[in-house]
Design a protein around this ligand. Structure first.
Ligand code: NAD
Length: 362
């Protein structure tokens, strides 16, 4: 499709979230289909500020239960989302959710070391699962989660919201079409300055550290722009604050080689702010900056600036998944297998960084 026409289509279509569903092949529910019910497990920052509010904007799913260990959070959630006592669970009685037919999908929004346990428990309760990123602590765990999904006959998805964001969708489209020729180099970084020193993100046992928290977006970006799987990695880890980052990585820089010869140069940090994606191809380039936020994303190519509107990424993502479950129309590459691919790369990056940058073949 001609670029201007495509942009116009996107712009007019993304004006309202309901309309943008048509772009994803999402149709309104037929009278015989009810909205799917979602249970949020863990009512921390992301669930409270992003996912809960997004579930007020979704067309195909809605909040039907919460799972929390904090009694003080319950009244405000009940009030805001119209939940009753029998829709509130804690971590001990969570497994009884098997008896709740209103809940189709369990959304795990817990610290990274708890992803596997709650995903497996949700499968035992016969629910589909959306698990936040990173899928697990490593590829071994990710494989176990995929196997549990297979055995339960239930779907596993990852919280990769950017596949439903129009800038990223357009960058992927341009890369797949080779609009600017073969990709030679990807450059990307995602980092922020973490202030709270008591955060689980600074603790090893919780699966903390920059790479697991935000570096994973850069791995994703490189993989879905280049459109290949990396074959090797070299990585180095640096610290400027040995006390705060005693247990986890503060800053990692790494390079990935791809089968076509394309190279990705990547950075992640929990001490310095960076947020960009740059694709250099034979006949042009694409840049997004900021790139990975759920706020406003902007970018341009060698020839023109993107003018897509901001969307509710989380709402589109959860509706895309619900659409897959209801109609079988494919979701946009946010399955457990995609989460596993990133865990394999993460394992290789840690291995290389702990060997002072020795090349690790994936
Ligand atoms: P958070 O610390 O704000 O919330 C974590 C929640 O887990 C809290 O409600 C906490 O009470 C609960 N919890 C239960 N048991 C716990 C324990 N033993 N120790 C610590 N907390 C415990 O974290 P968050 O920022 O909401 O992140 C949660 C998950 O969501 C992480 O996996 C993170 O990577 C992911 N996340 C994803 C995005 C995204 O854009 N996709 C954004 C932010 C966070």
């Amino acid at each position: 499709m001609h670029r201007r026409k495509f942009n116009k289509t996107i712009l007019t279509s993304l004006g309202a979230i309901g309309i943008s569903h048509s772009l994803l092949g999402i149709k309104p529910l037929s009278p015989k289909n009810k909205k799917l019910g979602i249970a949020l497990v863990g009512l921390g920052n992301y669930a409270t500020k992003q996912l809960g509010p997004a579930l007020l904007e979704t067309s195909l799913c809605e909040l039907k239960a919460i799972v929390t260990g904090s009694a003080s959070k319950i009244p405000q959630w009940k009030k805001k989302y119209g939940l009753s006592d029998n829709q509130v669970y804690n971590y001990e009685n969570f497994d009884t959710i098997i008896n709740n037919p209103e809940v189709d999908i369990v959304y795990v929004v817990l610290p990274n070391n708890m992803h596997k346990e709650y995903t497996l428990r949700a499968f035992r309760a016969n629910k589909h699962v959306i698990c936040e990123k990173p899928l697990a602590l490593n590829a071994i765990e990710a494989n176990e989660m995929i196997e549990a999904s297979r055995l339960a006959g239930r779907e596993l998805y990852v919280g990769y919201r950017l596949h439903y964001e129009p800038h990223h969708q357009e960058v992927i489209r341009l890369c797949r079409k080779k609009t600017f020729g073969r990709i030679k180099h990807f450059e990307g970084g995602f980092g922020f300055h973490i202030r709270n020193s008591n955060q689980w993100r600074l603790k090893k046992q919780y699966g903390g550290g920059a790479l697991m928290d935000v570096g994973i977006y850069v791995i994703q970006g490189a993989r879905y722009t280049i459109g290949e799987e990396p074959i090797s990695v070299t990585a180095r880890e640096y610290k400027t604050d040995n006390i705060k980052f005693k247990e986890v990585d503060e800053l990692i820089v790494w390079q990935m080689e791809f089968p076509s010869g394309a190279i990705a140069s990547c950075t992640t940090s929990l001490a310095a702010s960076t947020n960009h994606l740059y694709v250099a191809a034979e006949k042009g380039f694409i840049r997004l900056s900021p790139s990975y936020t759920y706020g406003k994303i902007s970018g341009y190519t060698r020839k023109y600036a993107f003018d897509f509107q901001q969307v509710n990424q989380q709402a589109l993502h959860m509706d895309g998944i619900s659409n897959h479950l209801i109609t079988g129309i494919p979701h946009l590459n946010t399955g457990g297998d995609e989460g596993l691919r990133d865990m394999k790369v993460i394992d290789a990056i840690f291995k290389s960084a702990s060997a002072n940058g020795k090349k690790v073949v994936i």
